[in-house]
Design a protein around this ligand. Sequence first.
Ligand code: PLP
Length: 239
Amino acid sequence: MTDRKDELAANLARVEERIAAACAAAGRGRDEVTLIVVTKTYPASDVRILSELGVRHVAENRDQDAAPKAAECSDLPLTWHFVGQLQTNKVRSVVGYADLVHSVDRSRLVTTLSKEAVRAGREIGCLLQVALDAGVGGRGERGGVAPDGIEELAGLVAGAPGLRLAGLMTVAPLTGEYAGREQAAFERLMDLSTDLRRTHPTANMVSAGMSADLEQAVAAGATHVRVGSAVLGVRPGLG
Ligand SMILES: *Cc1c(COP(=O)(O)O)cnc(C)c1O
């Protein structure tokens, strides 16, 4: 194996151990949690290695980087997740490679995603990004719909051609009542997911937890964790 492949294999093994231990501690089956590796800022060659190592889910947060990477990796058996704030002028491109978008947070984005999904003849899984630091009717600093806006937005997605309502996503807030209380934040997301599934029973994905807080997310009931730096290394600069 190359040095990079050795390194990624070792990192993946460590993350896998953490997920398995968190599942065991929570009395959950390991198969209840899916690892999504966030490959943002890292090259297509790393995505290829990850695929060889058995990774099946990857995520990106900027279309400019993701589009060429996904094109280079189109021969690989990967599911692509888009997890970044999404501008409507990038939707056509994102719909070309993303199977799921975790950052759906406003009606205009739903309209545009639907139009482009239909145009491309694709079905896009949509997770509503929930901002646990947003005030009533507001939006989060890093995107996301406030909890009181979930029901209306979910109805829009569920009724939109080309889209499938898949579940909820959050990022642990840095401000507000949940700052520094990751597990409480993820438990709140689980409660919101329970509410959502009363009207949309198949919207059962709960995307929460990153490198630093995946244990808290698994403990709270997350079905998908999004792990970047613990697998690929610490990203230089922003990202
Ligand atoms: C970058 C990113 C992650 C992964 O973060 P790490 O701390 O590197 O694990 C997860 N979710 C989103 C939305 C991200 O932008």
